[in-house]
Design a protein around this ligand. Structure first.
Ligand SMILES: C[S@@+](CC[C@H](N)C(=O)[O-])C[C@H]1O[C@@H](n2cnc3c(N)ncnc32)[C@H](O)[C@@H]1O
Length: 289
């Protein structure tokens, strides 16, 4: 049996009792190590579970999945995922491969960033499509996530922005030379995501596009959700560019139509007292401030 087990969002203790029991009886236990991180590392998890963990990076999961699935038709193999196993799009592939190989699978769910963001007071029912914001380079500055945010805003929906994680990346030079030397991990901050969004707004304004969001659109920055030192800050996009949220992981929400109750909740996390003063509701699908 292949078990996909969610570890939750905070630290070692967020695993479910069911997940922990299964880990203890499995022949091999893999830890997926590229779509998310906990506040603690592999060693702390090994100590808590009393089991050795095999790190599974992107290369292993995408190119050597057969290795993970080896003998899983006759033995129990666990695949641990921070958050919920299906909180990332990546793991459906492993399930499909298992089914194709005649291996049964079971999922042990846990909290995901996809639902834990409700902690800021915005209603999960009012979210549209989730977007991924990728790190820009000097020559590659994709803006497609802006268009999705725009569609959500036009429908009055909030947008959860998941921010890029770069682990085990090679520099162009090392890639060309075939050297397996990796850059230090990078996790996008709310400040970086806000700066990229502000740049897109400037570009679009230059093209005289009717803007779906502006520097004053209310946003929420969240860091280390589920950990003891989690932080939430709400305010206009322009203030998010310098909001202090501390270490990774970060997520960001671009608000859509705000219900009065949602506004009251967001005020609990206001970056500054002035942040919400000029907020005016305009119609049922959009608002300006
Ligand atoms: C692929 S997604 C998360 C997948 C994970 N399986 C889950 O269900 O939460 C990874 C992104 O989610 C966000 N994220 C994950 N955990 C977070 C946390 N505890 N606090 C804030 N953002 C988080 C970050 O933007 C991160 O880059």
């Amino acid at each position: 049996m292949l078990y996909l087990i969610g570890l939750g969002l905070g630290d070692v203790k967020d695993i479910t009792v069911k997940g922990m029991e299964i880990i203890k009886k499995c022949t091999r236990v893999y830890l997926e190590a590229y779509t998310s991180i906990l506040t603690v590392g592999k060693e702390a998890l090994e100590e808590f579970y009393g089991r050795e963990l095999i790190l599974a990076d992107r290369e292993m999961v995408e190119q050597e999945a057969d290795e993970i699935l080896k003998d899983a038709d006759v033995a129990d193999v666990a695949f641990l995922v921070v958050g919920d196993p299906f909180g990332a799009t990546t793991h459906s592939d492993l399930v499909l491969r298992a089914v194709k190989a005649g291996i049964s699978y079971r999922v042990i769910h846990n909290a995901s960033i996809m639902n834990a963001v409700g902690c800021c007071g915005l209603q999960l029912y009012n979210f549209g499509e989730t977007v991924s914001v990728v790190f820009w380079t000097d020559t590659w500055k994709p803006e497609s996530f802006y268009d999705k945010i725009k569609r959500n805003r036009l429908n009055g929906m909030h947008t959860l922005c998941l921010l890029d994680i770069k682990v085990k990346e090679q520099s162009v030079e090392n890639l060309i030379k075939g050297r397996k030397i990796y850059e230090p991990p990078r996790y996008m901050s709310v400040n970086q995501a806000s700066e990229q969004l502000l740049e897109i707004i400037q570009n679009r304004r230059g093209q005289s596009e009717k803007l779906a969001l502006s520097e004053d659109t209310i946003c929420v920055g969240l860091s280390r959700v589920g950990a003891e030192d989690q932080k939430i800050l709400a305010g206009p996009l322009k203030e998010m560019a310098s909001a202090e949220l501390g270490g990774p992981l970060h997520s960001m929400i671009i608000s859509g139509h705000l219900h009065p109750l949602e506004i009251d909740m967001l005020k609990l996390f206001a970056v500054s007292e002035a942040s919400f003063e000029n907020l005016k509701m305009t119609d049922s699908s959009t608002f300006t401030s």
